[in-house]
Design a protein around this ligand. Structure first.
Ligand SMILES: C[S@@+](CC[C@H](N)C(=O)[O-])C[C@H]1O[C@@H](n2cnc3c(N)ncnc32)[C@H](O)[C@@H]1O
Length: 298
């Protein structure tokens, strides 16, 4: 049966708790995806509020349009990378926002669509681009990058200790014939490294390739750098990350930037019940900050 599973918003209640401090504000869902969080945010807002949804994946925007059709409040959905948040808001004539949510990574439906090439469990072309208009895909990285670069990126973004062995196996295989699909790559990795515990040997390599292809760390770094002047005093930033390198960027941003007060001294994790119902929430960590009021001098 091919039933479509709607993306269950991760830590939905916690997001609403940290994000919504005024009900008539302008809020941005920077990773609108299928519109799960956006729909619940919209349901809490009052007259005067505006919601902006951004996603770099055209299909996500189409799905969010469907989820958020006939909204009771103004909703703008924009296909763009969130590192261009300043330009998106400028084009909408919005100067200040009350809060912004980042629910990083890929969504369940992106993973589930074999032809997008994100999952080693589904046979599909090795693509992994969130934005299909971008030039570089995972096929090019896997088949064209020098062995050392490949090993380094698998080590760094995947935190994979067998990175050299995997890179060597990839190069050996592609010398015979190009590695074109997700399952082909997974088989090369399965042969090269042992299965450790429950996690499949290809998990970390696939994550590394996805992060690299989509420049995910650079995206969140740039977006956070731009966000401070765009958020009004008292406004919120809420980030759910699924990877320790992402989480480190968010933690450092909230700690180092004087304009922000950390609302989550420790990261917030999904409850065991949520993880049971939605295993993809498992690695989620939420951090939130509040933009401080300017201290008046004199
Ligand atoms: C985990 S999903 C979000 C799901 C959403 N919160 C929901 O409840 O339906 C992440 C989404 O962010 C998008 N995305 C990831 N990085 C992005 C970026 N740099 N700019 C814009 N969208 C991005 C992905 O295409 C994906 O649709």
């Amino acid at each position: 049966m091919n039933t479509y599973v709607f993306h269950q918003p991760v830590m939905e209640k916690e997001v609403l708790h940290y994000l919504l401090w005024r009900k008539d504000g302008i809020y941005v869902d920077a990773t609108v995806g299928g519109g799960g969080h956006a729909l619940s945010i919209l349901g809490e807002l009052d007259e005067g509020a505006i919601l902006v949804g951004i996603d770099r994946d055209e299909e996500a925007i189409k799905m969010a349009k469907e989820t958020l059709k006939n909204p009771s409040l103004p909703v703008y959905l924009v296909k763009e990378r969130f590192s261009l948040i300043d330009q998106v808001l400028f084009s909408l004539g919005i100067e200040k926002i009350s809060g912004i949510l980042f629910d990083l990574g890929v969504s369940s439906w992106q993973l589930d669509k074999a032809e997008r090439g994100f999952s080693f469990q589904r046979e599909g072309f090795l693509d992994m681009r969130m934005d299909l208009s971008e030039e570089r895909n995972a096929y090019q990285v896997v088949n064209e990058f020098p062995e050392k670069e490949l090993a380094d990126l698998i080590y760094y973004y995947g935190e994979e200790r067998f990175s050299r062995r995997i890179a060597r196996a990839i190069v050996k295989e592609r010398d015979r014939k190009p590695i074109a699909t997700t399952r082909e790559l997974a088989r090369v990795i399965e042969r090269a490294v042992p299965q450790r515990g429950k996690i499949h040997p290809a998990t970390r390599t696939f994550m590394a390739l996805r992060i690299f292809v989509n420049e995910e760390l650079k995206e969140i770094e740039e977006a956070l750098r731009k966000v401070s002047p765009l958020v009004e005093e008292g406004g919120r930033v809420v980030v759910i990350s699924y990877h320790s390198l992402e989480d480190r960027i968010v933690k450092r941003f909230l700690k180092d930037e004087e304009e922000w007060e950390v609302l989550t001294k420790k990261p917030v994790y999904p409850t065991p019940e949520e993880v049971r119902d939605n295993p993809r929430a498992r690695s989620g960590r939420l951090r939130a900050g509040e933009k401080r009021s300017k201290i008046k001098e004199g």
